[in-house]
Design a protein around this ligand. Structure first.
Ligand SMILES: Nc1ncnc2c1ncn2[C@@H]1O[C@H](COP(=O)(O)OP(=O)(O)OP(=O)(O)O)[C@@H](O)[C@H]1O
Ligand SMILES: [Mg+2]
Length: 224
């Protein structure tokens, strides 16, 4: 068992409680429309996108939603490692195949209601694949087959990839890390997402130090 899945390994920890709060806030933000797709992004590398998207996906699955977690970091994704799955074929391979066959690429996890599409083989042209019409169609298809699709993205430094994915989803959650994310970088990220401002569900401040748990976490919602 990978102990990064704190929602499962340490359900009562502060970080698990914080992840459930993100889940609740996202649930309450669907006043006029149902949220079916969420992109997790951040400013720089290592702020906790994969950690939070995995735990958030599990938290939603525990709420009886059929959830698909998609690793769209086709350069160095590690969702397969977190869930101990094969990465023999994943998103990159599906995008050069017939997308109607997505079922043969999606893997079951050991958790009820939770499915994963890993990154796949590292392609020479990840940006082109994400920006393709096929990817757009795939997102629509997945949206119709799952209650919720969570995309583990890349940092905003890879601007094109992030903006392409931002366009496709219903909501965006921006991860920042306490004492790690340069404030200017976070400001730039928010500025770059200006066109999608209405989709930003919140900015999560991850890796906050605290006394009770190894995994500490605090989230604050973006409203300015
Ligand atoms: N709240 C937390 N508490 C403890 N460790 C954490 C927390 N969030 C993330 N980490 C750890 O920090 C490291 C980086 O996290 P992660 O891989 O999720 O970042 P990322 O934003 O996906 O990085 P990349 O941009 O490289 O994909 C991992 O080892 C992860 O387990
Ligand atoms: Mg990651």
């Amino acid at each position: 068992m990978n102990n990064e899945l704190v929602i499962n390994a340490h359900p009562k920890s502060q970080v698990s409680e914080a992840i459930k709060t993100i889940r609740t806030n996202l649930q309450f933000s669907q006043v006029d429309e149902k949220i079916k797709t969420i992109l997790i992004t951040s400013s720089v590398s290592g702020e906790g996108k994969s950690f939070i998207s995995s735990n958030l996906a599990l938290a939603f699955a525990q709420n009886n939603l059929k959830v698909l977690l998609v690793d769209c970091d086709m350069r160095c994704g590690r969702i397969h490692e977190i869930f101990n799955l094969s990465n023999e074929k994943g998103l990159s391979n599906l995008l050069i195949d017939d997308i109607k066959k997505f079922n043969t690429y999606v893997q079951k996890t050991e958790y009820n209601n939770l499915f994963v599409l890993t990154m796949g083989s590292v392609p020479p042209n990840p940006t082109e694949l994400l920006a393709s019409e096929k990817n757009k169609k795939l997102c629509e298809e997945l949206k119709s087959k799952y209650d919720l699709v969570i995309f583990d993205g890349v940092p905003m430094l890879d601007l094109t990839d992030s903006l392409v994915m931002a366009e496709l989803v219903d909501r965006i959650v921006v991860i920042s890390a306490y004492k790690q994310t340069p404030v200017e970088m976070l400001k730039n990220t928010i500025k770059s997402l200006e066109a999608f401002r209405h989709k930003i569900a919140g900015v999560v401040v991850n890796k906050m130090p605290g006394s009770k748990s190894k995994y500490n976490h605090y989230n604050r919602y973006y409203n300015e």
